[in-house]
Design a protein around this ligand. Structure first.
Ligand code: MN
Length: 134
């Protein structure tokens, strides 16, 4: 799988999805690295496909995250806020360090594109499980 070269046009061909690591969500999900990056300010971008009811743990992104819903119905919550419903075409911005979770609604699959810049060798910080998502 080719890593993005910021100095030239790069095409990532379809069909290179991988299983998510264990321990970051209630079930593993398929995701595809679209842009990997690695250095401060580089973008990491993925497409993710979650089965119904699959949600992430609480987490934050050191430089924020754009999440754009491609299909299905999803849920998202910022710490202290209400659970928000998401559908295709919705775009969500999570600010730098803002603790949140997101995932598929109980009875719908959920696909999204997300972009999260790198900082200090990471683009996400994971916290505890979501106790009562809905
Ligand atoms: Mn996130």
């Amino acid at each position: 799988m080719n890593r993005l070269n910021p100095n030239q046009m790069t095409i990532r061909r379809a069909g290179n999805a991988a299983q998510s690591p264990h321990g970051i969500s209630t079930n593993t999900f398929w995701f595809e690295n679209l842009v990997e990056g690695c250095g401060d300010g580089d973008l990491a971008a993925i497409r993710a496909d979650l089965a119904p009811g699959t949600i992430t743990k609480w987490h934050s992104h050191p430089q924020g995250q754009l999440l754009y819903v491609l299909s299905g119905r999803g849920l998202a919550q910022v710490e202290g806020g209400d659970v928000e419903e998401l559908q295709a075409g919705d775009a969500v911005w999570f600010a730098s360090g803002e603790k949140h979770w997101h995932g598929a609604a109980a009875h719908s699959s959920f696909s999204y594109l997300s972009v999260q810049p790198w900082m200090d060798g990471r683009n996400v910080d994971w916290f505890q499980d979501v106790e009562e998502p809905r």
